[in-house]
Design a protein around this ligand. Structure first.
Ligand code: ATR
Length: 494
């Protein structure tokens, strides 16, 4: 179930917020946010909710705003019970006598006993769950902060244990490493996930908005849903979730595409191998390292030495590379490549894919990189020249390709090279796709260069990936439209 969280600061504002909620199964009233709270106001707000309501009066040390006495805090929850609220959320750390009293006098209200760790996910979190179980509440809620992607696995294991013994559990991780758990936990059997009514109204770190939750098709997910997602760090700039989830909706495919912020690739792969996975995209900085952890690699990806797409078949991970074809197709809409002088900035996984493609097309490529040694490694593999970024001033080129992340959201004002080094009449291709027009491309347009936005490579790659995962043709037009409209909205907000 999806709960919309009301974080209004006043009674009047709360009424407005409640009336604006659409498309949620539940409404969580955060009583601790409301400054002019009274028994009467509580009663009225519960009445106004056209959906089942959860009354929560969170104390400070568990992430709430309540600062009064424990007696007053529990008194507000008792008032909610008297008004026949459907659920009350009360912290396990509450004085046990107050807690027992509440459980005894709950009437028809169902009690969620909750535990929040705002700082970490302790390895023994299952012990906390076992203690909470002794109170025999209707629901046990556990939310811990993920400081690494691996912390999520403690919580997923806990959900599995609870499912086995038929205990109703609500569990996920907070923080950016835990963001995907707010969606995945529902597939695994957690009962409720929470969303903010709009951006800036979040009640917890990493909480998504209702709209974002719906873009993941949260209400259609079930234990048969196939899981896909992008593995990277950072992943906030990614548009792949928007494109692929829209495509799954259009073609009625029971799958969801998530954003996995991954700091520990080995543990991530080991854990997810056992899950209901269809595939992954791989992005910065994992495209080369991932090769160590897959079971098989296709010929092109092997030659490139980098993988940006994984297909999972019978729990075996097969690596592919769609970056190369995606980039070459984007370039060829503007130019022939044979004998062209091309400079590639950067020497990571994307650079390898581009350099391989350029070699196939018989271009004359020079790799320039901050770390010259990495540029040399690629040059040795794909018959290129190489040098440092400083060497650009000495080099004549027809095409310049940026494969570094410089200029990527959230740093759209950065540019990988000084604008004076842009050559008039050259073609400038920036593989950064968010923002749509990077600083580099804006400078290039001023110099009357032909520009190719990284989005073109992204959409070409997404089309190939979709086919690899689903064996179906991607609704490319729709995917393009959704991603572009997202980028335009983001641009307006900045
Ligand atoms: P990917 O696999 O997606 O291409 P990557 O392997 O992390 O990503 O490679 C990123 C490339 O961008 C690297 O060549 C990196 O340079 P180093 O080899 O010196 O690390 C380059 N890069 C990243 N940040 C940069 C910056 N601020 N300035 C210049 N180059 C940068």
């Amino acid at each position: 179930m999806l709960a919309a969280v009301v974080t209004a600061k006043t009674y009047k504002e709360a009424i407005r917020e409640i009336n604006n909620i659409q498309n949620a199964d539940l409404i969580e009233l955060r009583l601790d946010y409301i400054k002019d709270l009274s028994h009467r106001n509580i009663k009225n707000l519960i009445k106004m909710c056209k959906k089942p309501a959860i009354a929560t009066n969170r104390k400070k040390d568990e992430g709430g705003l309540f600062t009064g006495s424990e007696e007053d805090r529990i008194d507000a929850l008792q008032a909610a019970i008297k008004s026949d609220v459907n659920f009350v959320d009360v912290e396990y750390s509450t004085d046990k006598n107050l807690l027992k009293h509440l459980l005894k006098n709950k009437s028809t209200t169902r009690i969620i006993i909750s535990h929040h760790n705002l700082y970490e996910t302790p390895k023994n979190i299952i012990n906390v769950y076992n203690k909470m179980k002794k109170l025999n509440p209707d629901f046990i809620k556990i939310v811990t902060k993920a400081k690494s992607v691996t912390d999520n696995f403690e919580i997923f294991d806990l959900i599995n244990d609870a499912n086995k013994e038929k205990t109703k559990v609500i569990a996920f991780c907070s923080g950016s490493y835990g963001e995907f758990s707010r969606i995945l936990s529902i597939i695994l059997g957690s009962q409720i996930t929470y969303a903010a009514n709009e951006k800036g109204k979040e009640s917890a770190d990493g909480q998504l908005t209702l709209n974002e939750m719906h873009s993941y098709r949260i209400k259609k997910l079930n234990n048969q849903t196939k899981i896909l997602g992008i593995i990277g760090n950072p992943v906030t700039h990614s548009l792949s979730n928007i494109m692929h989830n829209a495509a799954f909706e259009k073609l009625n495919i029971n799958a969801v595409y998530l954003k996995f912020k991954v700091d520990n690739l080995k543990h991530f792969v080991n854990y997810f191998k056992g899950q209901n996975i269809l595939g992954f995209s791989v992005t910065i900085p994992h495209k080369i390292e991932i090769v160590k952890f897959i079971d098989n690699i296709d010929k092109k990806a092997e030659k490139i030495g980098a993988v940006n797409t994984i297909v999972v078949k019978n729990k075996r991970l097969i690596g592919h590379n769609t970056d190369c074809d995606g980039a070459i197709k984007a370039l060829k809409t503007k130019t022939e490549l044979k004998n062209k002088k091309v400079v590639v900035l950067g020497a990571g996984g994307s650079s390898r894919a581009v350099a391989y493609g350029l070699k196939e097309e018989r271009a004359n490529t020079t790799i320039l990189n901050r770390t010259v040694e990495s540029a040399r490694n690629i040059a040795d593999c794909f018959d290129c020249s190489y040098g440092s970024l400083n060497d650009l001033k000495k080099i004549d080129y027809d095409i310049l390709i940026n494969t570094t992340p410089v200029g990527m959201h959230p740093y759209p004002y950065d540019c990988p090279i000084p604008s004076r080094l842009l050559r008039k009449d050259s073609i400038i291709f920036d593989i950064v796709f968010n923002p749509y027009k990077t600083k580099l491309l804006k400078y290039a347009e001023k110099k009357e260069c032909t520009v190719i936005p990284g989005f073109e490579m992204l959409i070409n790659g997404a089309e190939l990936q979709f086919k690899l995962w689903t064996k179906k043709n991607a609704p490319t037009h729709l995917m393009r439209e959704k991603a572009i409209s997202y980028l335009e909205d983001a641009d307006h907000q900045n």
